[in-house]
Design a protein around this ligand. Sequence first.
Ligand code: PLP
Length: 552
Amino acid sequence: MLFSPQQFKQQFPLFSQPENCELVYLDNAATTHRPQVVIDAVADFYRTSNANTHRSSHRLARRATEMVEATRIAAGRFLNAAEPSEVIFTRGSTEGLNLLASSLTENLSPGDEIVLTTAEHHANLVPWQMAAQRHDLILKFVPHKNGVPQFDRVEEVLSERTKIVSVTAASNALGFMADLGPLKQVLADRNIRWIVDAAQLAAHQVVDAQTIGCDFLVCSAHKFYGPTGVGLLYGRRESLAALPPWQGGGEMIEQVQLQSSTYGAPPHRFETGTSSLAAIAGLGACLQFLQQLDRDAMAAYEQQLTDYLHQQLQKLPGIDLLSNAESNVGIATFAPAVESALQATDIAHWLDGRDIAVRAGRHCAMPLMELRSGHGSSVRASIAAYNSRNDIDRLIESLQNCLAATQSNSSLVTTADADHLEELSIEQLRQQRGWQQRYRQLMKWADAIAPKPGIRTVGNRVRGCEAATWVSHRMVDDRHQFFIDSEARVVKGLAALLLLLVNNKTTAEIAALDMDALFADLGLEKHLSPSRSNGFRALVNRVLQLSGSLLG
Ligand code: PLP
């Protein structure tokens, strides 16, 4: 193999900082770290070459302009564009997609159609939704199996009104790479603009825009070891030539009169104002850095790690693995088993406590994650070429410990810990005359909450509650059961009130509750001290989060 992960990692100064020497960084799909050469190039630009580009004719301005255009040439090579002018510098994939969603739809007619997949990152969904609302367009979605687009069935959603197809090359949430071959064939002789979101793919595979055959392609430098604030929009020459400008301003014009202007040719027509020049300098260094590596060997190494990660996760009882190792850009996504008292955020907190960085949530792909799992949120571990088997072993060992700790804790929630809420009703509380009586009633209600030593763990602790308070949760069929304990009597009383509202309810029933109105009606916000009120709010939010009614 022509790739050495150890040598590769040594080039990333973040890992040699004393506070990071134990860090296991598995959040690379969100952003990667930068090698020294990229950091130096950003600093050197300001230190030695800072000037604005394409405007002034002095020495520094010429140097900065040359740097930008040299980076464009390198970026053209990186994406295998036919010519450098097919590359536009953006702030990132999101900006590239917004540009396209805005410019490509400008001349569409109501009823025209845009085809997307259900696996898109929000960046390739929301801009199209906005454009569709603006111009009365229709969004359609490629048929899928378990969330994976089936491009061999794309004809089913194409029609004479289809004007745009915009799809991801690799899922940021589950890691699968899309097989774009069938799409290329189907779109070859149709007048449809085809966009590929390569934000994840470009970090792991050599991207060849001409072989893919799309009209446009976007990616972000920070996903492939480059700086934040710069991305690439590739546009095939003819496709770019027909594209109206997105933003107006300096740099993109030819002639400006008071009432109208004429626009420059691509790529400058789409590079309005002053670009992130230092970031472009960093990108130039990053592309050089990547060029010196055997990227196929790098991809093979990452695939080995991806396989190993999935194999190890599969062996863990108590978690549901949502991703597959096959054709995957280094992403493993998993959730605690449905019956578990754990939530994905608990796992992420636990791992963070052991210096292992992962992401918990819906990964900016809510529709896909809703489709793929019954879990509200999941944990994503994403690999880069500086990761090692040792990183994965650390992750797995910590997960095992987390699951074991939770199992022993939830088994301690026994019938002896059962709360006695049968005699309580919200009506009782409402009928009390005045706040003083109501407060006394809440203090009495505290006795209904049984002490639960088994749930008093770090993972169950409610953050933001001044008095130590713990919540654990489990599902029985489709109903939520919560277990609350607190050191403060009044919090226990408030917990009884909360449990009357949410215990044994379904997710939909909990989501439909108007708790704010009820609490205002009972005078809680008005009469509780600010710290108690904030603590109660934190408890309510935690319960909503565990029920999946509040985003984690
Ligand atoms: N598309 C995909 C597939 C992504 O994974 C991301 C970011 O995670 C984006 C688009 C947006 O990228 P950026 O935030 O760099 O604009």
